[in-house]
Design a protein around this ligand. Structure first.
Ligand SMILES: Nc1ncnc2c1ncn2[C@@H]1O[C@H](COP(=O)(O)OP(=O)(O)OP(=O)(O)O)[C@@H](O)[C@H]1O
Ligand SMILES: [Mg+2]
Length: 460
């Protein structure tokens, strides 16, 4: 994998190039947007790490240059604590992720490893080369070996190769978002962006500019042109999470874009082509929403071309040990306390549970049991203890040993927006501002966290 480092300050640039090489990747360097543009057209790097402030432009310009080159190059933006907002803007314009300065070796290693995995996958995954999920115990990042999951994987591989809109339904926590990203990863669009929109969370006032972007001067405060969701996802996959929550006005606008396959930025006259693969999800019965007339039938039929249903965990108990082991390995990877297995009785306890919160609940339960057990195995007592109080928010696991999570008071009659804002604030406080951990706990993407922070003006 070839990594291009874009940084104008020579010392920092060389240090970063060295670091990238030490991590085992090829590295090249550029000192300005112009040089980066040249590098894109000449060498075609697979990953670009760019500083935000450059002599002839900013990180956003580098993101655009990468896209303009037509190469599948993932851009990582370097940012200081003070300029997170600019980094978020870069992400909105298509940057893959950002790294906080000063860059820590482990952080960079993780980001590059992730991209190199994706890079290999995108290139070396002719359909026939996919390992058999029954043997591998899963498909791409999705764990499972039960009959209903093997059937799902079969459909998923097939649908991933097509360009058809996919509708994923399933109870909360069954893995709808993982399934959506797996569809993307196995598709020909894998190297292009996967962009998730939470349809219930976009503020009505901003909805058009969120989706379609806006031109500079389109409205007060629009001090520069901004790409919307459709533009960000161009060439890739647009994930419409909780699609039943889409407000009626937005449904109409959406339908129009799907019909014409074009859209315009707010305040703009240029017709832009829409080139996204749509994957929608809902934990409600969409047909029921159509019957109740809260969801437009014409939009339903357009989105529901290829339905995939994720079975609840209680219908695939055989997967519980496999999933539990997967989550244990994940936690151990981070915390390294020396756990390698489950006591037999603890797995029995986990397999017997009903899992109303499905895989997410299992993941949390494994984490709590991890906290309560002594290495090397998760003890039966710990598993039983976490199942007894499963579901009470206060007993959720402490990430990196920070103690039980605090509660957030909620009154009947409060708006969902107000409650969401409170919860978001309290969660961020509890995890000391680490937005990745907050996103994980709240079960949303990092992008959603940033969108909401902006929406509620919690950070400027
Ligand atoms: N088959 C699976 N293999 C590995 N991890 C999984 C699997 N299914 C779910 N997970 C994990 O469980 C958690 C919940 O999954 P996800 O967010 O995809 O669920 P969801 O159906 O979108 O939930 P919600 O309806 O609440 O949005 C995530 O941390 C995800 O990584
Ligand atoms: Mg989800």
């Amino acid at each position: 994998m070839n990594v291009l480092v874009v940084e104008d300050e020579a010392g920092a640039r060389e240090a970063l190039v060295e670091l990238v090489k030490e991590l085992g990747y090829e590295a090249s360097a550029a000192g300005s947007v112009a040089e980066a543009g040249e590098a894109f057209s000449r060498k075609g790097p697979d990953v670009c790490i760019t500083d935000l402030g450059l002599p002839d432009g900013d990180g956003l310009d580098v993101v655009r240059a990468a896209r303009a080159s037509g190469r599948d190059c993932a851009v990582l933006v370097l940012t200081g604590r003070g300029s997170i907002r600019a980094a978020v803007d870069a992400m909105k314009a298509g940057a893959h992720d950002f790294l906080l300065k000063p860059v820590k070796t482990a952080q960079l290693a993780a980001a590059l490893a992730l991209l190199s995995g994706r890079h290999e996958e995108a290139r070396d995954l002719p359909p026939a080369a996919l390992p058999d999920p029954a043997v591998a115990g899963g498909l791409a990042g999705m764990v499972g070996r039960s009959a209903p999951m093997l059937e799902l994987f079969r459909l998923l591989v097939r649908v991933a190769r097509s360009n058809a809109p996919v509708m994923i339904t399933g109870e909360s926590g069954t893995g709808k978002e993982v399934a959506a990203s797996t569809v993307h990863l196995l598709s020909r669009r894998a190297a292009r962006p996967f962009v998730a929109v939470n349809c219930g969370a976009i503020s009505p006032a901003l909805v058009e500019s969120e989706l379609f972007g806006h031109e500079r001067g389109a409205f007060t405060g629009a001090d520069r042109r901004r790409a919307g969701t459709f533009e960000m996802a161009h060439g890739g996959t647009l994930f419409l999470d909780e699609v039943t929550e889409m407000p009626p006005g937005l449904q109409v606008k959406f339908l129009r874009v799907l019909e014409t396959r074009t859209f315009r930025r707010v305040g703009g006259s240029e017709e832009l082509d829409m080139d996204v693969r749509l994957v929608a999800s809902s934990n409600r019965d969409l047909a029921e929403a159509v019957r109740r007339e809260t969801f437009r039938p014409d939009l339903f039929y357009r989105l529901n071309v290829f339905p995939l249903r994720l079975p609840p965990l209680r219908e695939r108990r055989e997967d519980v040990p496999l999933l539990a082991a997967h989550f244990l390995a994940q936690i151990e990877e981070k915390e390294r306390r020396g756990f390698s297995s489950f006591e037999g009785r603890s797995l029995e306890a986990l397999s017997g549970h009903d899992w109303p919160g499905n895989v997410r609940e299992l993941k949390n339960a494994v984490h709590r049991a991890y906290v309560l057990s002594d290495p090397p195995a998760i003890q039966a007592e710990a598993a039983e203890a976490v199942l007894t109080d499963s579901g009470s928010a206060e007993s959720r696991p402490a990430e990196e040993g920070e103690g039980a999570w605090p509660a957030v008071p909620v009154r009947v009659g409060e708006t969902l927006g107000a409650v969401e804002k409170k919860l978001l604030k309290a969660t961020l406080l509890a995890v000391k501002g680490d937005k990745r951990v907050a996103a994980e706990l709240l079960g949303v993407s990092l992008k959603t966290i940033y969108n909401k922070l902006r929406e509620y003006q919690l950070e400027s």
